[in-house]
Design a protein around this ligand. Structure first.
Ligand code: ADP
Length: 449
């Protein structure tokens, strides 16, 4: 461009000099006009050509620049569009990530995600609580120093190292006093090349299921054992009768009596087992109504008195009819009181005393019933177990026959069906006190009924 400008400058200068020469006389003589004219036209022509060439080059340059500019604009707008698309995709990915995290964090099972080098990528709070680490401070840390369970660490590493898609394993965790059982599923995560790039572990708490299944197994084995004993007696004595081993009437009567007792025991056992299983499965029909505990106790005491009289045991009813109504199934609560009274008679030696008390505790809004005896008592270490199914205090088995189900039935009826509570205190050789609390039916509720 600079060169072109110089050409123009010199062409214009030459033209001006020629014009001046034409105008200035040389020693009185002027240049011939035709010469000046030719020179001027020549210079003007040259200038015009130069200008034409320069102009053409300039237009070409401008066109090229315009073209570049258009391309640049096109390119820039494409980049802006690409940037917008990228931003949108980024937002979608972020949202998907947030959704995935929200799902994982809301799961009540423990979830742990690890990468290809066994570092923690993600974990939810239940995982942190179970495995003993703070989730926010543990991301990208190796699981070895993080997870307090060697078995789980080995499972994650084995799962990542192997081609197996899922590994399922039962894991035990100790949290303070409790031993918890978890069902662990460790799944491998594969990348686009089919390589394992991490793992997802989901740990589901199955402690309760395990306990229930253990209880069911124990129950079945207990039941079959308990049923076998009376059945064996019945079979043996009836066989002896059939074989003519009871020669005299007295022996025969003895055998009949054994068979009758064992059959009754079998009956009681089956009745108790059925009642308990009906309550536990929720299949029992409960007819709740406003009933007075004092009246239920009065009937039960009347019923037990003749049985107690056989052992010369005094039964004192200290209940008074106040407003002691509860919303309860009358038959079931009667069964509870009878069970407690018959136990008191069974485990109290002759000439003992049984007292039944009932009081209304307004502050706790409960009716409290207590059956106290002067019986053999229960050793303190066995007290927590007496409400368990089939539990019988060894030292007391010689005093009475039983199934070990009566107190469990009491507990189930009071606590599971009526929302109450059972208690026991006892002293060996002095006696026991079994008590229960039932929610008092408030007067507003009675009016509303
Ligand atoms: P059982 O049919 O054996 O009486 P229960 O479930 O009613 O079964 O009672 C469980 C155990 O608790 C009994 O075997 C007995 O050893 C003990 N027990 C219950 N009530 C009394 C009591 N009043 N005095 C002493 N021991 C009792």
């Amino acid at each position: 461009m600079m060169l072109n400008r110089n050409y123009i400058f010199f062409a214009v200068l030459a033209f001006i000099i020629l014009m001046m020469l034409a105008a200035i006389p040389l020693g009185g003589a002027k240049l011939p006009e035709s010469l000046v004219c030719v020179a001027a036209i020549g210079a003007a022509g040259w200038l015009a050509r130069r200008l034409f060439i320069e102009g053409k080059m300039l237009f070409a340059r401008i066109a090229s620049l315009e073209n570049d500019h258009r391309k640049y604009v096109e390119k820039t707008s494409q980049s802006v569009k690409d940037a917008k698309d990228l931003k949108l995709q980024l937002q979608i990915l972020k949202r998907q990530k947030r959704n995935t995290e929200a799902i994982i964090y809301s799961i009540s099972d423990a979830v742990i995600v690890t990468d290809a080098s066994d570092k923690l990528v993600m974990a939810n709070e239940p995982a942190g609580n179970l495995l003993g680490f703070k989730v926010e401070q543990s991301v990208l840390k190796p699981i070895d120093g993080l997870i307090q369970n060697e078995e789980l660490i080995n499972l994650i590493k084995t799962s990542r190292g192997s081609k197996v898609r899922h590994v399922r394993h039962e894991l035990q965790f100790n949290t303070g006093e409790d031993q918890l059982t978890y069902d662990g599923i460790i799944s491998s995560i594969y990348d686009d090349d089919g390589q394992v790039c991490g793992t997802v572990s989901v740990l589901h708490n199955i402690t309760r299921e395990k306990e229930i299944s253990q209880m069911k197994n124990d129950f079945v084995s207990h039941v079959s054992h308990e049923l076998k004993t009376p059945l064996a007696s019945i079979t043996a004595y009836s066989e002896m009768l059939v074989d003519g081993e009871a020669n005299d009437e007295k022996t025969r009567r003895e055998f009949y009596s054994v068979i009758q007792n064992q059959a009754q025991r079998l009956n009681r056992l089956i009745e108790d087992i059925l009642n308990i299983s009906r309550i536990e499965s929720g299949l029992i029909k409960v007819n709740k109504e406003a009933v007075s505990t004092a009246l239920i106790i009065r009937d039960a005491v009347q019923m037990i008195k003749s049985y107690a009289a056989e052992k010369n045991i005094e039964v004192e009813d200290r209940t008074s009819v106040v407003f002691d109504q509860v919303n309860a199934d009358k038959d079931m609560i009667s069964q509870v009181v009878i069970n407690l009274l018959s136990n008191a008679v069974k485990y109290t030696p002759e000439n003992g005393k049984i007292t039944v008390n009932s009081e209304v505790d307004e502050s706790k809004c409960v009716v409290r019933v207590a059956v106290t005896d002067t019986g053999v008592g229960i050793p303190p270490e066995e007290l927590p177990n007496v409400f368990e199914k089939f539990y019988r205090v060894k030292a007391n088995t010689k005093f009475a026959k039983g199934t070990g189900l009566g107190l469990n039935l009491v507990k189930q009826i009071v606590e599971n069906i009526h929302g109450g509570q059972v208690f026991v205190t006892s002293e060996v050789g002095k006696g026991s006190c079994f008590s229960l609390e039932l929610p008092l039916l408030t007067e507003e509720k009675t009016v509303a009924r």
